[in-house]
Design a binder for this molecule. Structure first.
Ligand SMILES: Nc1ncnc2c1ncn2[C@@H]1O[C@H](COP(=O)(O)OP(=O)(O)OP(=O)(O)O)[C@@H](O)[C@H]1O
Ligand SMILES: [Mg+2]
Length: 252
């Protein structure tokens, strides 16, 4: 059974960074094949993995609305296009959603897309969805259920409160989430006692478990600045050990 792991969290709290580090983790643990879905309209997960994007689902949806080539059914067309849009790497594929629909209904196109995606999903052990901030987007994606929702937060009182609110909104949005984890990112080390108290209180008072606390990391800052793929982060890096321990716990 394919497991869906989705990122959520306020802007800039580390959803894409976590997705890239999870990619590294799953490859290392041979949890392949998996699919990365970049659901951020301002797609940038590919940059962290040093991959180029040629075609997005948004572009395919537009093409579907127009004239199709003769002698091709919509199903065949969709399948062909999605395979063109898939960036195939060793162990994983990346699919970029691109820009959302403009005005006007794309209902038929969306339906074809979602059917084709369902079929595609069966090929993978995991599907990782990197989102933009805001949960509405996730609820529009037609995912029946999410196995792991990872909510990232900055290391502040208001940040933790926002993470809790995001966790609470899943139900009214009609998202079926099996497990929710709070990831507190860019935390000072050692973690201040007051921050730890806020984290403990949020976890107590929500459906989230504490996934882990990720320190503010110079290694990550340099990695981002270098433009090199996050898959190149060495096992000897402190951040690698921290992240591996977190995902060992979450995905065990
Ligand atoms: N633990 C960390 N230590 C240092 N820098 C970090 C850490 N985590 C993330 N960053 C940096 O913080 C910035 C924001 O991270 P990221 O892009 O992952 O957030 P995001 O939640 O995906 O943002 P958005 O909502 O815009 O998609 C990036 O420049 C990233 O390199
Ligand atoms: Mg992001």
């Amino acid at each position: 059974m394919t497991k869906i792991i989705a990122m959520a969290g306020k802007g800039g709290t580390g959803k894409t960074t976590t997705s890239a580090l999870l990619t590294r983790y799953l490859l290392k643990k041979n949890q392949t094949p998996f699919l990365l879905v970049d659901a951020d309209a301002n797609a940038n997960l590919n940059e962290l993995l040093d991959l180029d994007v040629h075609l997005t689902l948004g572009q395919i949806r537009k093409e579907l609305k127009g004239e199709l080539p003769p002698n091709v059914t919509r199903d065949q067309f969709m399948e062909l296009k999605i395979h063109q849009a898939l960036i195939e790497e060793t162990g994983f594929d990346l699919l970029v959603m691109g820009q959302p629909d403009g005005p006007g209904c794309y209902c038929a196109a969306n339906q074809y897309l979602s059917m084709t995606m369902d079929k595609l999903a069966e090929n993978y052990k995991y599907i990782i969805v990197d989102n933009e901030a805001g949960m509405e987007h996730l609820s529009r994606m037609n995912m029946r259920s999410i196995d792991y929702l990872l909510v990232t937060s900055d290391p502040s009182a208001r940040g933790i409160l926002t993470a809790k609110r995001i966790s609470e909104i899943t139900e009214p949005l009609g998202l079926e989430v099996k497990k929710q984890y709070l990831l507190v990112n860019r935390a000072p080390q050692p973690v201040p006692a007051v921050l730890q108290e806020k984290i403990d209180a949020a976890v107590m008072d929500s459906n989230m478990e504490l996934g882990g606390i990720i320190p503010s990391s110079e290694e990550l800052i340099n990695q981002e600045l270098s433009g090199e793929s996050y898959l190149r982060i060495e096992d000897s890096a402190d951040i690698a050990g921290t992240i591996d321990a977190i995902f060992d716990k979450i995905l065990s």
